[in-house]
Design a binder for this molecule. Structure first.
Ligand SMILES: *[C@@H]1O[C@H](CO)[C@@H](O)[C@H](O)[C@H]1NC(C)=O
Ligand SMILES: *[C@@H]1O[C@H](CO)[C@@H](O)[C@H](O)[C@H]1NC(C)=O
Length: 188
């Protein structure tokens, strides 16, 4: 669903086969009823600024979560019983910096991607994502260096990030030591 100004609540608990939920540009959406009955495979939330924390904490996501707001993300991460899915994507994030709620269970998270975001730095606590194998950073022109990365990382991909690309160059780039030992690097 997308682009419905004025829509304040949504009732989906009766859609028991629902696997994928995509909500985009719903400026007035506050409540989603029935979330606690659903086990969603994938969830995509972009520009749903008024969604209540109580609803956000009811999401259960099995495979893939995409969000534009770090506030929403951290409400989910700190909810009791929430397990971070295998794929986590930050999309069109406007905040200058983001950090992950460290109390969350990240043991299933293997792929983290950031798309078209304005942040100036990556989450400083990326190192706590102890199962992460692939990190992708796409279209984030304001990021200029990498933080410490988890030792589980096997693949890093950087595209359309001019400053970060420069920082990742061998042998003198500031971030090169952080990625030198990563097996697969795609820096374009
Ligand atoms: C990111 O960079 C653009 C272009 O340089 C700038 O307009 C924008 O304000 C920056 N965003 C942040 C959050 O720093
Ligand atoms: C974290 O989640 C995994 C399953 O994804 C589970 O096996 C493990 O017990 C959880 N750890 C904690 C501390 O809850």
């Amino acid at each position: 669903m997308g682009g419905c100004g004025g829509l304040a609540s949504l009732s989906i608990g009766h859609l028991t086969s629902l696997a994928s939920l995509r909500l985009v540009d719903l400026p007035d959406l506050c409540f989603i009823e029935g979330l606690s009955f659903l086990q969603l495979h994938s969830v995509y939330l972009k520009d749903v600024p008024k969604l209540k924390a109580k609803c956000i904490s009811q999401f259960r996501v099995q495979k893939s979560l995409s969000v534009s707001s770090p506030v929403i993300l951290n409400h989910m991460l700190s909810a009791k019983g929430f397990t971070v899915p295998e794929f986590l994507n930050l999309i069109n994030c406007k905040e200058p910096s983001v950090s992950f709620e460290e109390s969350a269970n990240f043991s299933s998270l293997r792929y983290l991607s950031l798309y078209n975001s304005e942040m100036r730095s990556l989450p400083i606590n990326l190192k706590c994502l102890s199962s992460l194998t692939k990190l992708g950073i796409y279209g984030c022109p304001n990021i200029s260096s990498l933080p410490d990365l988890p030792s589980s990382l096997q693949h890093i991909c950087v595209r359309r990030c001019e400053r970060l690309k420069e920082s990742c160059q061998t042998p003198d780039g500031e971030s090169w030591p952080k990625i030198a030992s990563i097996r697969c690097k795609e820096i374009e």
